[in-house]
Design a protein around this ligand. Structure first.
Ligand SMILES: *[C@@H]1O[C@H](CO)[C@@H](O)[C@H](O)[C@H]1NC(C)=O
Ligand SMILES: *[C@@H]1O[C@H](CO)[C@@H](O)[C@H](O)[C@H]1NC(C)=O
Ligand SMILES: *[C@@H]1O[C@H](CO)[C@@H](O)[C@H](O)[C@H]1NC(C)=O
Ligand SMILES: *[C@@H]1O[C@H](CO)[C@@H](O)[C@H](O)[C@H]1NC(C)=O
Ligand SMILES: *[C@@H]1O[C@H](CO)[C@@H](O)[C@H](O)[C@H]1NC(C)=O
Ligand SMILES: *[C@@H]1O[C@H](CO)[C@@H](O)[C@H](O)[C@H]1NC(C)=O
Length: 925
């Protein structure tokens, strides 16, 4: 939840109109010259570093005072850290500057700054090549610039060199202003740079502002700095025609920044820290996220139930209401795994407390016992702000341990839901212990199954230096609780509160301390909030993860609003306070897809919108998209009417349909979670991840993939009962009706039927999709028999298909093979000259065998034939299972009827999942 500013809601409709209007026009690639600041630097020395890096010194060419004075001498450090990762680090040669702490984001330290770097012969080292590296570093000396090229094709990936005709200037490095740019070819498609609701879709749009600074911007969230900061982009090019060519660029810096993307260049303007670039060579989108997450941390393993459906709301006034919600989901036969509380369960909105009247502990424990017994889970919210209240234990212990962020020697005073609060400083090891202890105490009070950490940008209802007004009681919580009632003065006297360059904070060029912690406030060890602002939520996430893992010995589940580079290693994310509008339904797809690229694949938006209320039709369409978000949760604001999925009969029906399918797909989703954890592969992906050379899909933001081959094509517009969907080349089968086939050689648009309760989901050729039979709770769905869908290119005489399945004990903290509690299976199939084979290769089958899991059904799609088939042999023995052959219909392509394609379905197989099998038969013709 967030503060609702009525003014911003008014602005919004204007912004939406403006956006609609603008989106009709083609992106203008401007070449307007921006102000160039200074003459840049010149290289004065360079040498090989013993650890395989090269270091050099840069001297400023001409000083000026725009945005402060230039740092006279810089040190640059370049290293091929792996075959596919190149690092370029530039900092002050004489003194240490702020960097993202090495303990929060573990990585190599550049070699220490040295005063005497020997002067080498000019240009003796103009190129750094590492024999096995795909990335080549080169530079120019005067003015200094650098470029990164791809070795295999000579393509320039990054080039900071500029001349008179470029719209950007050379490197600028001041204490509070850093600027660097790169040229980009016209055909580069860029993705990333968030968190930002991108009204133009996933592909970065020239001249849209991209400001990165963690912010709780209530309601207006178009193109502004939102809750997370991810200074990383993926660049996808296809100028070789047919060869995928993607790379990633991370600028590891936590200070506020504006990034200007102009189509043929990109400029970073940053208000502090260092330039610490990491280039990831790709060359496929999947290999970029693999390389990226191997550096920033692999996505967290999620428990199985986290892939179930979640219901939340701010405004479940008492426990009876919560019990009712659970009961009503059950009555309506809509699956539900997790029930949540926003802060309604708290006493006076204070963290780690229970309201004794509305959430009496004995009754709550009784309720939790009942739901835990059937496999359901319970999660509550925690905000970072700790109420300033001398009779509140959490506060008392916090003060005793000195855990709070300070300003002028006193804890920094802010206001959030409980009224006046102090913010814990999670960079302080003492705070981390105290926080862990508070979580432990709370867990003894209420055995929650996960924690939801909100408002951690950090959000503050006041700005500046505040005091508690004497004789005035601040309202707490709902009502006007979000209006600042402390006595506050803006702080403008320091260069941290009022830096020379103003990033476009809150999309309003607001002061950077606006409605957050004053940037002159101080953390542990003298760290300034100015530098650490955007890692506040990240540091809280790590502390929370540590606490939960230590406490339960189980795989933690954490949902966080604010994220930074590396957050995905610990937590899931939802896209914050969205609105119940069709535009927001569309934006949710782009944001979800971006977070997959950011290494936070467990992501979703508030289904049906947080505020204001959705229409019934919108809520139908939203659950049809939301049922396929990796993280699927309905959540609403206190001021919205109730919007649980059973509140409307039509929505309930759409939910039974779409969530019913999700629950059948749980083994697939869980396997994707495993893939994400071992290779960073996003769970929900843009189409270009599977079709990187199919340019048509580069900006597609209205459809998405789950894994490599399941495509969701939802209705995203009001009043529509059809959807125009893009189908990349090949064969696609409708998942809801396996007999419906779409085929094209070069890709095609198809108008699909999509009445209110229908969402179109298609499975691509060459896949083997593991499914189960679904259920009302994932724990039960998990124990049902398995089925496999095998897809070949329609009517092909030769083809192959594959898929996989990962199963484990999801309570274990780690998700991996080799612990005795997991099983991994590769499925294969082939068809050649009328002979069909389907087989599996099982690794560590014991876990699956102990559970008694079996494959009951296999459907093989796209076979060429007239319906007659020979004897089916399993492991060399004839079988007499029930076999159906069903004719399949082209709903697009091959409309000529010249080909007979059939689906062969087998039921009652009873093949143990944990044992390798092989099955074969001949097709009649
Ligand atoms: C300046 O750069 C542009 C493109 O980056 C290039 O086309 C042009 O030839 C360069 N001009 C000079 C004078 O070097
Ligand atoms: C719980 O809240 C609901 C809705 O506000 C109210 O109707 C009901 O009486 C309350 N029940 C209890 C036990 O307090
Ligand atoms: C402080 O907390 C106590 C109980 O935890 C509560 O009764 C009291 O109202 C709170 N005081 C203020 C000023 O919020
Ligand atoms: C403090 O700054 C904010 C943001 O610029 C401004 O809206 C507000 O009026 C200022 N308040 C005071 C007391 O100057
Ligand atoms: C700041 O961001 C807002 C919201 O996207 C945008 O409308 C405005 O043009 C930006 N201002 C500047 C100076 O970039
Ligand atoms: C699909 O339709 C879009 C929008 O009308 C069009 O730009 C695109 O070229 C079409 N693609 C194919 C493969 O027909």
């Amino acid at each position: 939840m967030a503060s609702l500013n009525p003014l911003s809601t008014l602005c919004l409709s204007y912004l939406l109109l403006l956006t609609l209007f603008l989106s009709l026009a083609e992106p203008a690639i401007t070449s307007s010259k921006s102000t160039k600041i200074g003459q840049g630097y010149r290289l004065i020395s360079i040498q090989d570093d013993p650890n395989g890096a090269i270091t050099g010194l840069l001297q400023v060419k001409e000083k000026n005072d725009i945005y402060g004075s230039d740092i006279p001498l810089l040190r640059f450090y370049v290293k091929h850290e792996t075959e596919s990762r190149l690092r370029v680090h530039i900092t002050d040669a004489k003194s240490k500057r702020w960097e993202v702490p090495y303990d929060l984001l573990p990585r190599e330290q550049p070699s220490p700054l040295k005063q005497n770097i020997k002067r080498l012969k000019k240009n003796s080292l103009s190129v750094s090549e590492h024999s096995s590296s795909e990335l080549v570093f080169s530079y120019t000396s005067d003015p200094f610039s650098f470029a990164v090229k791809r070795k295999s094709n000579g393509d320039t990936l990054f080039d900071s060199n500029s001349n008179e005709s470029d719209p950007f200037g050379p490197l600028v490095f001041k204490d509070q202003y850093l600027e660097i740019s790169t040229k980009l070819p016209k055909d580069a498609s860029l993705y990333g740079l968030g968190e930002n609701s991108q009204p133009h879709g996933i592909k970065l749009y020239p001249n849209d502002p991209y400001t990165l600074y963690t912010t709780d911007v209530a309601a207006i969230n178009l193109n502004t700095d939102l809750y997370g900061s991810h200074p990383v982009y993926m660049d996808l090019r296809n100028h070789e025609g047919g060869k995928p060519n993607a790379h990633g660029v991370l600028l590891l810096n936590s200070n506020g920044m504006d990034v200007f993307y102009k189509g043929t260049s990109l400029t970073y303007k940053i208000i502090g820290g260092v330039l610490d670039f990491y280039f990831f060579a790709g060359p496929t989108p999947l290999s970029v996220v693999d390389q990226y997450t191997s550096f920033i941390g692999r996505p967290a393993p999620m428990p199985y139930w986290a892939f179930g459906f979640h219901q939340c709301r701010w405004g479940y006034h008492n426990l009876s209401v919560v019990e009712d919600v659970v009961e009503n989901y059950n009555k309506a036969k809509i699956p539900l795994d997790v029930i949540w509380n926003d802060d309604d369960h708290m006493d006076g909105h204070k963290d780690f407390t229970l309201n004794p009247v509305n959430y009496p502990r004995p009754k709550l424990l009784n309720f939790l016992e009942r739901i835990h017994n059937i496999g359901m889970k319970y999660i509550v919210i925690i905000d970072p702000g700790i109420a300033v209240n001398s009779s509140y234990g959490v506060y008392q212990r916090g003060m005793a341990n000195d855990v709070f962020i300070k300003h002028e020697g006193e804890p920094f005073l802010a206001q959030v839901w409980p009224g006046a609060v102090y913010f814990p400083d999670f960079l302080n090891p003492k705070t981390v212990s105290w926080w862990g202890d508070e979580i432990r105490r709370f867990h003894e009070l209420v055995p929650v199954d996960g924690l939801w950490i909100d408002m951690n940008e950090a959000s503050n209802f006041c700005s500046g230096k505040c005091t508690i007004p004497t004789g005035k009681v601040c309202p707490s919580g709902t009502g006007p609780g979000w209006v600042c009632c402390l006595d506050c003065k803006n702080i403008t006297s320091t260069r941290w509160d009022d830096p020379p360059y103003k990033i476009n904070a809150s999309g309003l060029q607001a002061p950077i301390g606006f409605k957050t912690i004053a940037t002159s406030a101080v953390h542990y060890n003298g760290i300034l909030e100015y530098d650490a602002h955007s890692i506040y939520g990240f540091s809280q996430t790590i502390a929370t993860h540590k606490a939960l893992q230590g406490l339960q010995g189980k795989r933690p589940f954490i949902l966080t609003r604010s994220t930074y580079v590396g957050s995905g290693k610990y937590a899931a994310h939802w896209t914050g306070d969205n609105q119940g509008t069709w535009e927001n339904l569309r934006y949710s797809i782009s944001t979800m897809l971006n977070f997959g690229i950011f290494g936070v694949p467990m992501v979703g938006s508030d289904i049906c919108g947080f505020y204001p209320q959705p229409t019934e039709e919108l809520c139908n369409r939203w659950i049809e998209v939301g049922a396929f978000y990796p993280f699927s949760r309905d959540h609403a604001n206190y001021y919205s009417p109730r919007q649980e999925l059973y509140q409307w009969e039509t929505v309930a029906e759409s939910a039974r349909n779409a969530l019913g399918m999700r629950y059948k797909l749980l083994p697939y989703l869980y396997t994707l979670n495993y893939e994400a954890h071992i290779s960073g592969a996003p769970i929900a992906r843009p189409l270009f991840f599977s079709f990187p050379t199919y340019i048509e899909c580069y900006s597609l933001s209205t459809q998405f993939l789950l894994g490599s081959s399941l495509m969701i094509s939802p209705v995203l517009e009001q009043g529509k009962t059809e959807v125009d969907a893009l189908f990349p080349p090949g064969t696609w089968y409708s998942l809801f009706d396996l007999t419906q086939v779409i085929v094209s050689k070069d890709g095609t648009n198809v108008t699909l039927n999509a009445p209110l309760h229908v969402v179109n989901v298609h499975l691509y050729q060459n896949s083997i999709l593991p499914m189960q039979q679904g259920g009302m709770i994932s724990k039960d769905a998990r124990m049902t028999p398995f089925s496999l869908i095998v897809t070949f290119p329609a009517g092909a005489n030769e083809g192959e298909a594959k898929g996989n399945l990962f199963l484990d004990d999801d309570e274990l903290p780690e998700m991996k093979l080799g612990n005795g509690y997991s099983t991994y299976i590769d499925f294969h199939a082939s068809v050649k000259e009328g002979t069909v084979k389907v087989w599996s290769q099982v690794q560590e089958g014991k876990f699956a065998l102990d559970k008694g899991w079996v494959i009951d059904t296999i459907n093989v799609l796209g076979l060429n034939g007239n319906g007659a088939i020979g004897t089916i042999e399993i492991n060399g023995k004839p079988t007499n299972v029930k076999i159906d052959t069903t004719k399949q219909n082209y709903i697009h392509g091959r409309g000529d009827g010249e080909k007979n394609i059939v689906m062969v379905g087998m039921k009652g197989l009873n093949i143990p999942v944990g044992k390798s099998f092989a099955m074969t038969w001949k097709m009649g013709s």
